[in-house]
Design a protein around this ligand. Sequence first.
Ligand code: GDP
Length: 282
Amino acid sequence: MHFQWYPGHMTKAKRMMQENIKLIDLVIELTDARVPVSSRNPDIDELGKNKARLILLNKADLAEEKWNDAWMEYFQGQGFSCVKVNSKKGGGMKSIHAVIQEACKEKIERDRKRGILNRPVRAMVVGIPNVGKSTFINSLAGKACAKTGNKPGVTKGKQWIRLNKNVELLDTPGILWPKFEDQSVGMKLAFIGSIKDEILQRTELAAEFVKFMQQNYPGVLAEKYSVEEDGDAYGILEGIARSRHCLVRGSELDMEKASTLLLDDFRDGRLGRLTLEYPDQI
Ligand code: GDP
């Protein structure tokens, strides 16, 4: 399977990022808790050097709790602040403000020594497409969405959302481009739906997903779809098509439809909380 990313998007996203990152103290990097490493782009380490860093395991509700905790420990061990969140439901949001202050304590201390008091921390949300950046910003900003910047006389300024007296957030997230030189990374990003399905062979992707499940979560597919799970991946997909009545012209198995059904069930959490990569593999 081959994945493509468009250099046009990439250069534009990178240019925006380089411009905006100059304005901020803190990079809030969203990752997908199901694939915390594959959903990162390590270029952010270079772009965000000298900035305070906070990594969020977003969509934590879709990943296994024990692995969320293991990943938190992993990132903290690398010197990042790290919080698991569910931006959609607002889970984990309360602890974020304290963590932001903690992540920025060197900057706050530096300000204090220079006699600058109470200058808000300026932050920016970054992450690859579909990781939940907009949802997170909306959830964090909530109704206290008082905007600063673009005041009369400050035209063409950036839009800042004042979260509280200590923190201002850039209202547009920075888009990082996914990094999938490694096929297994591309595959996992395709599983979670971060790469447009149109450019992929749906059934091939679903078959790969079946293989992953056989290896890492044996029994889940059998239980969910009442299928025999020992056979080859396409056989299992056929079983899913049969048990879910995915048929073309009333009789032929519709493998495309079964593949979509399986992938959507996974993406929406209907197969339970699943984690696709683990710290001990890194
Ligand atoms: P962006 O492209 O990074 O801005 O991503 P969006 O904010 O548009 O979110 C992409 C999809 O993920 C949307 O369907 C959101 O509802 C969903 N989403 C975002 N955060 C979470 C979360 O914490 N949990 C779950 N289950 N879904 C989420």
